[in-house]
Design a protein around this ligand. Structure first.
Ligand code: NAD
Length: 484
């Protein structure tokens, strides 16, 4: 069977890549080859940049209400194609179909928030800053921006950025993850049908060659990167050397702390979805469970019981709670971490290795896994596993929990489960993580809020989404006026 090499989208047209190198795309539930991604060349990427540059002046001069009307139409079209988009996402990424629907709800919410750009802060004005002198700030679009996206949320992540970027008048290039190009292809097919002006939004598939061309071109202004921290740091440095704006959302190891006064019945389901949602492949997934004091034994028992009931299967089957890992390589990495946990002395309470899913012998499945007797120095307690594994550490008190959290280089999210307002307040005050959950397991900021992150989980200052996005994609121009 021949499979399609997906096309780039440049200057309002579908363009076949001439790249010799391609990357195979597999359905993670079956292991079947479903597409190929071209590793686009520097020249092809420069064509996309040129298209964005050529479109900028006209798009910038397009009234803001006209610009957001385009976003509104894209929003409506995504809504009309909601089921198709969700199915394609599961087909290439593996996550359960309800999780794909959840991802598309968030995708659409980003478009909805970006359509409110006319009423977001686009400048400010002070009269009589000195006698008879007025001063104002105008926020102006700057040019061509781009994003480099990860494999775990192939539908949503680019919409943290481009609706805001083009809403304020820039032009844009999306570089999807080469592992999961099909969701973006479908989105661009929909956008193509709607007819956005040529060159405003472009897409180039590929890897380092395309990304380097985007970073090195004097005609791009800034980059939004979402992916692993080592690659993020590398690209942040390159962006700095090129004098570009950059925001880098990196990896994570999120600590979930359960206090002795937590409401166990309601806490356990939140923990389970935090660790096992999207098969653990979320930057906001639970990474370590810190059980404080007496809660340890009853918590452990309840978590194991709930995990055993969590259903694993093909994401396309309704009702399945957890799909496969997104790639064979991802599965092997997770299995490697489980081996390492055992080697370093942790004990398996639940072993997800070798889980069998009838009808899907070639799928990349790992079942719910739980480790007990974990200590903070162990690899599984320190590194991002990106799979359905719960390492449990027993701690004496909140201070010890916070010390463990602060010894970790990441700082994406952290949650506390408690019925004490005082403890909750102390947690949000002290813990160095960008997104804090109080009795919430997955701290995913809605589209009106910045998608935060600290330490190795975020480099830059302005975040994705909301007002931060408007500020990242605009330049402040100060105008001081006196009339004689
Ligand atoms: P990755 O770093 O391997 O790849 C991300 C992107 O970078 C891809 O588009 C890839 O093509 C590109 N890339 C990879 N190597 C490159 C290189 N040498 N030069 C230029 N470009 C390169 O990340 P991934 O495996 O796709 O995604 C998983 C990671 O993303 C996890 O660590 C996860 O925590 C993180 N993530 C973070 C957030 C967040 O908001 N902080 C959200 C989602 C995912």
């Amino acid at each position: 069977m021949t499979v399609e090499v997906v096309k780039n989208y440049i200057n309002g047209k579908w363009v076949e890549s001439k790249a010799k190198e391609t990357r195979d795309v597999f359905n993670p539930a079956t292991g079947e080859l479903i597409a190929k991604t071209p590793m686009s060349t520097k020249e092809e990427t420069l064509e996309a940049i040129a298209a964005g540059k050529a479109a900028f002046d006209r798009w910038r001069a397009t009234p803001v209400f006209t610009r957001v009307r385009h976003l509104n139409r894209i929003r409506d079209a995504f809504e009309e194609n909601f089921e198709d988009l969700s199915k394609i996402l599961t087909l290439e990424q593996g996550k359960a179909i309800d999780e794909s629907r959840g991802e598309y709800r968030r995708t659409i919410e980003n478009l909805e928030v970006a359509t409110s750009i006319p009423s977001l802060q686009m400048g400010y004005n002070t009269e009589d800053i000195a006698a008879g002198i007025d001063e104002m700030v105008i926020k102006q679009p700057i040019g061509v921006f781009f994003c480099v996206a990860p494999f775990n949320f192939p539908g949503m992540v680019p919409t943290w950025f481009w609706p805001f970027a083009i809403g304020v008048g820039n032009t844009y290039i999306v570089k999807p993850s080469e592992q999961v190009p099909l969701s973006q292809v479908k989105q661009f097919e929909i956008i193509h049908e709607i007819g956005l002006p040529r060159g405003v939004l472009n897409m180039v598939h590929g890897g380092p060659e395309a990304v380097n061309a985007l970073l090195e071109s004097p005609d791009t202004i800034g980059m939004s990167f979402v992916g692993s921290s080592p690659i993020g740091k590398l690209l942040y440095k390159k962006a700095g050397e090129q004098g570009k704006r950059a925001q880098v959302q990196g990896g994570a190891k999120n600590f979930l702390t359960v206090m002795p006064d937590a409401d166990l019945e309601r806490t356990v389901p939140a923990l389970i979805t935090s660790f096992y949602g999207c098969a653990g492949q979320r930057c906001l997934a639970g990474g370590v469970l810190l059980a404080v004091g007496d809660i340890y034994e009853p918590l452990k028992k309840a978590v194991v019981e709930a995990a055993k009931k969590y259903s694993v299967g093909s994401g396309l089957e309704e009702g399945v709670q957890m799909g496969p890992l997104a790639s064979k390589k991802g599965m092997e990495i997770v299995l490697g971490y489980i081996e390492k946990g055992l080697k370093e002395g942790a004990e398996l309470l639940l072993d997800g290795r070798g889980v069998e899913v009838p009808g899907y012998p070639g799928g990349y499945f790992v079942g719910p896994t739980i480790f007990d007797k974990v200590s903070p120095e162990m690899t599984i307690a320190r590194e991002e596993i990106f799979g359905p594994v719960i390492p449990i550490i027993q701690v004496k008190n909140l201070d010890e929990a916070i010390d463990i959290i602060h010894a970790n280089p990441y700082g994406n999210a952290s949650s506390v489960f408690t019925s004490s307002g005082k403890i909750a307040r102390e947690y949000q005050y002290r813990v160095k993580a960008g997104n804090i959950g109080i009795n919430i397991g997955v701290v995913a900021p809605m589209a009106t809020f910045p998608f935060s992150g600290m330490n190795d989980s975020f480099l830059g200052d302005l975040h994705g989404q909301g007002q931060d996005a408007v500020d990242f994609f605009t330049e402040n121009k100060v105008v001081i006026t006196r009339w004689f």
